[in-house]
Ligand binder design. Structure first.
Ligand SMILES: Cc1cc2nc3c(=O)[nH]c(=O)nc-3n(C[C@H](O)[C@H](O)[C@H](O)COP(=O)(O)OP(=O)(O)OC[C@H]3O[C@@H](n4cnc5c(N)ncnc54)[C@H](O)[C@@H]3O)c2cc1C
Length: 459
């Protein structure tokens, strides 16, 4: 069975690995000149930082097992608790504790709602009321519109969801919460990648199979039980089964001839990606005391420190690997910006404010954030060297930070988005229970590999 996999992020690479292990002939395609997709590591002289996905939760067991298999030991690196600033005021731990009861009450209510759901509530119309609401409306009702607990909840959940909570459907959020119900605390963002998140993907390349870079899928055709992929140049390439491991927001860019079901096309059209960006702020030396992690309800939103350990050069987008099988493969070496020596802080921003900053451009956005950072960590200005904007929202091959379920999406579209059709399978961070995470992308790869194994048995 000949299988094409399009999109060489974590989901596509893991799919290729699993299919190859099962003995299938697999060919990968990627629009960019590198693997990793929304995992992108920027190397500096003193270490590296992540422009995209970065943190590993302690209960992301697939990811942890895969790292072990690849010989990569995750680095424990929590930056909690850090400082909290709400309504312009710094909260000490004691002051934060004053609100702990109100925050816990909301968490408990959310857990109760999540526990009441069926395990897979995608088609249950009894949930229409939950699906019609936004997370923001529900939080307003629980904690009051302008209270300090509500501001804290906005900051925390905006960070989880990558967007303002008034954009997030309540039912989708609750479905995502189901995966994490067993948490006892401390699992979240507790580890990072030893060789950078992209290094994790590069390690997968070795076991994945041949990859053609610079191949942006434009059109999919179906003929005589075969699926044709057209990349805008040369001939159509034919496969028995195809996995589209693209961000959900990119699926609507593909033309399907003669067509896929109406329900699927509607699911593509309505799919939403979070408005999430990162702005790396560079300094000539460390000027802060303790953990620089900061959570605010203002422009800065959330800041933490980049990794510092030196990273050996990994030498190539796909490491120069697996390209022999395809003479058209392009695989140029990466060109990291020369950031010189120093340290970087990463501002992780979501929602409307993230878009405003992205549109300002990196110089102005960096200056705007620096003003605020100076108030929080005096001394920042004296050491500032500049900023680098990583805008995933205006990127043609991501269209946003991660998959996000808008109101109404769960019941109206989610089932159609994920299911396979005519030998086409769909993987990505939208296609598992850990929605919008690396773990979810790996989970979806396992699902499509199983789908294809079943299809192979039928053939
Ligand atoms: C700023 C930011 C911070 C994040 N932080 C975390 C975190 O701390 N922890 C966590 O678990 N997750 C985090 N995430 C989410 C995580 O990065 C993603 O969920 C995960 O990397 C998605 O993997 P994927 O394979 O589904 O998609 P992608 O990585 O996007 O891979 C899809 C691939 O398809 C390619 N492609 C797109 N269109 C085409 C086309 N037409 N033809 C060919 N190829 C195409 C893309 O170039 C890309 O390589 C973060 C994301 C962002 C943006």
């Amino acid at each position: 069975m000949k299988i094409g996999v399009v999109g060489m992020g974590a989901a596509g690479l893991r799919t290729m690995m699993l299919l190859r292990e099962a003995g299938h002939e697999v060919q990968g395609f990627e629009a960019r000149d590198r693997v990793g997709g929304r995992l992108k590591t920027i190397r500096t002289e003193t270490g590296f930082y992540e422009a995209g996905g970065e943190w590993i939760d302690a209960d992301h067991h697939r990811l942890l097992a895969l790292l072990k298999e690849l010989g990569q030991e995750p680095v424990p690196d929590s930056q909690y608790p850090g400082a909290v600033f709400m309504a312009g005021k710094r909260y000490t731990e004691d002051e934060y504790e004053e609100h702990a009861e109100a925050l816990e009450k909301v968490e408990e209510e959310a857990d109760k709602l999540a526990l009441d759901l069926d395990e897979v509530p995608w088609h249950n119309s009894l949930y229409a009321n939950l699906d019609g609401q936004t997370l923001g409306d529900w939080l307003d009702a629980q904690a009051g519109k302008a209270s300090i607990p509500r501001r804290i909840l906005e900051s925390v959940y905006r960070s989880d969801e990558g967007d303002d909570t008034h954009e997030i459907g309540l039912l989708g959020w609750l479905c995502g919460r189901l995966a994490a119900l067993d948490r006892t605390g401390g699992e979240m963002s507790s580890m990072r990648f030893p060789d950078g998140a992209q290094g994790f993907c590069e390690a997968m390349v070795e076991r994945a199979g041949p990859i053609m870079f610079g191949a942006a899928l434009q059109q999919v055709t179906f003929e005589n039980n075969q699926i044709g992929l057209f990349f805008g140049k040369e001939e159509v390439r034919w496969f028995d089964q195809v996995v589209l491991a693209l961000p959900a927001g990119c699926l609507r860019d593909i033309a399907f001839e003669p067509g896929i079901s109406e329900a699927k096309q509607e699911a593509f059209e309505a799919a939403r990606m979070s408005r999430t960006i990162k702005i790396a702020m560079h300094f000539d030396e460390k000027f802060w005391e303790g953990s620089p992690r900061t959570l605010t309800d203002s422009a800065l939103q959330q800041v933490w420190a980049a990794q510092l350990s030196p990273l050996p050069s990994l030498g190539g987008a796909g490491g120069g690997l697996n390209t022999e099988a395809d003479p058209h493969a392009i695989n140029p070496p990466p060109t990291p910006p020369n950031l010189g020596r120093g340290v970087s802080l990463l501002a992780y921003l979501g929602g409307e404010r993230a878009i405003e900053l992205a549109l300002m451009g990196e110089e102005e956005a960096g200056k705007a954030l620096l003003e605020e950072l100076e108030q929080i960590h005096p001394g920042a200005k004296a050491h500032y060297k500049g900023a680098t904007l990583h805008d995933w929202v205006h990127d043609d091959f991501s269209h946003g930070g991660f998959f996000s379920l808008p109101p109404g999406y769960v019941l109206d579209h989610y089932g159609a988005l994920v299911r396979s059709e005519n030998g086409l399978h769909f993987a990505g961070d939208f296609g598992g229970s850990w929605i919008g995470t690396i773990e979810g992308a790996l989970e979806s790869a396992e699902r499509v590999a199983e789908e294809i194994k079943r299809a192979a048995n039928v053939h």
